[in-house]
Design a protein around this ligand. Structure first.
Ligand SMILES: C[S@@+](CC[C@H](N)C(=O)[O-])C[C@H]1O[C@@H](n2cnc3c(N)ncnc32)[C@H](O)[C@@H]1O
Length: 187
């Protein structure tokens, strides 16, 4: 899913939608799960006003492309990694972004638990996701895990179960949804 149409949709539709739902970061450190070729990281700096962004992807070729794309940005760094085992200390990030990756992850609930762990108290998780019916419909031309996929309510329930508080959700039919959740501030 790394093509010019995807870039345009991400830039002109998905990032603005998540911005309207969750607002800017105004500084702070962000993490992008499954960064692909770095378009999301660019938007996190430009639109969400993160001071720094880290990103990782399971596919080393994507990490090379992301590094090339953001080579002028010393505030961006990328590595090869897995969303179910994020190499960051607890509470390190002010925001975590998921631009359509968790439907690729068999153990997506474990990844959400990791998101909760690396978010600072009061930090935000922004996610746009492809839901079970669209994963099933696209099975002949896109490679996605087919078992234990989520619908919007199931994703939101997993956020809550991991200790994140859902604050906004938007659905596009039963196929796509956008979520913003926060890690509750420490008391
Ligand atoms: C549909 S692409 C989305 C890429 C990018 N976020 C975008 O919006 O264009 C999904 C990406 O997730 C990556 N990915 C899949 N499983 C992953 C995992 N467990 N951890 C990190 N990245 C993963 C894939 O390599 C791929 O680059």
């Amino acid at each position: 899913m790394n093509n010019p149409i995807r870039v345009a949709v991400q830039r002109h539709f998905e990032a603005p939608k998540l911005f309207r739902m969750g607002g800017a970061m105004t500084g702070g450190v962000a993490l992008e799960l499954g960064c692909g070729r770095g378009v999301g990281a660019e938007l996190i700096l430009q639109c969400f006003s993160a001071a720094r962004v880290d990103g990782f992807d399971l596919d080393p070729r994507m990490v090379v492309l992301a590094r090339q794309r953001l080579r002028q940005h010393r505030e961006a760094r990328f590595w090869v990694g897995d969303a179910t085992a994020i190499p960051a200390r607890d509470g390190h990030y002010d925001a975590v972004f998921d631009f359509g990756i968790l439907h690729h992850v068999p153990e997506w609930r474990a990844a959400i638990v990791e998101v909760r762990r690396v978010l600072a108290p009061g930090g935000r998780f922004y996610a746009e996701e492809v839901l079970a019916p669209a994963v099933w419909l696209s099975r002949h031309f896109l490679k996605h895990p087919q078992t234990d996929r989520f619908d919007a309510a199931g994703f939101e329930a997993a956020l809550a179960q991991a200790g994140l508080t859902p604050v906004a959700r938007a659905d596009l039919g039963r196929s796509f949804a956008w979520f913003v959740a926060t890690r509750p501030a420490a008391v």
